[in-house]
Design a protein around this ligand. Structure first.
Ligand code: SAH
Length: 222
């Protein structure tokens, strides 16, 4: 845990964060380490100043570039499924946006890699994570469809953008026993659910969870 590194950041929002954690608990988040990490990360610093006062509402909010910062409940739920009561180990996030979820992952793991395809958003993520003193998170401007071969294999992989199937490169970069969590677009192309894919000895095993709404996983970089 890197909780000490976050001490002193966003003290004024501590009470509102504690209320957010209470709400996450009421909504069914059970993993205490995930709740603790959600309580530590100051979400307001990841938002534009005009939206910062809404940082602890349980909603997705605009980030610019037609992208959104994920809803706290969904971040907590997906990480709870990803961690599965174990350790995150070496983890990869696809779609860092402004870096909020990467920060939560960074409290839970010493080895975090995050990829973002929109350069100005990645620059913002870099500044935000510096403010949180989470300097161990490694960020890369790249197309997440290709994963991050130079750092593979990963124990856990999380996507913050939706696709009709897990990109093959990401499956191949999953360590044996590894877990990947993503928003999966269902066959009619509209509804999305959280999907967990585990790399077992027998092959990849998929489990579907709650309905969600994410921006699409796009090809290439900009
Ligand atoms: N993780 C963010 C959510 C950002 S929204 C948070 O904590 O709030 C999803 C992000 O995925 C967007 O920033 C979008 O640009 C990015 N994205 C979409 N397709 C991608 C791809 N192929 N590779 C990398 N990032 C991608």
């Amino acid at each position: 845990m890197n909780s000490a590194t976050l001490a002193g950041v966003g003290m004024t929002s501590q009470r509102t964060r504690a209320r957010m954690v209470d709400r996450l608990r009421e909504q069914g988040i059970r993993d205490e380490r995930v709740l603790h990490a959600m309580g530590l990360v100051p979400r307001h610093i990841f938002l534009e100043p005009a939206l910062a006062n809404r940082a602890y509402e349980d909603t997705a909010l605009p980030l610019g570039f037609a992208q959104t910062i994920s809803q706290p409940y969904v971040v907590a739920r997906m990480i709870e499924i990803l961690i599965a009561g174990r350790e995150l180990g070496k983890t990869l996030e696809i779609g860092a946006g402004c870096g909020y979820q990467a920060a939560v992952l960074g409290v839970l793991s010493k080895q975090v890699f995050a990829v973002e395809r929109i350069a100005p958003l990645l620059a913002r993520a870099r500044d935000n994570l510096k403010q949180c003193k989470l300097s161990h998170i490694r960020l890369k401007h790249a197309d997440g469809n290709q994963g991050l071969p130079e750092a593979a294999p990963f124990d856990t992989i999380i996507l913050a953008a939706a696709s009709a199937a897990a990109p093959p490169a990401l499956l191949s970069q999953l360590a044996p026993g590894g877990r990947l969590v993503m928003p999966l677009v269902l066959p009619k192309g509209v509804d999305q659910v959280i999907s967990l894919i585990e790399r077992q000895q027998s092959g990849f095993v998929e489990t579907k969870f709650d309905a969600v709404r994410f921006v699409p996983l796009l090809p290439g970089v900009e």
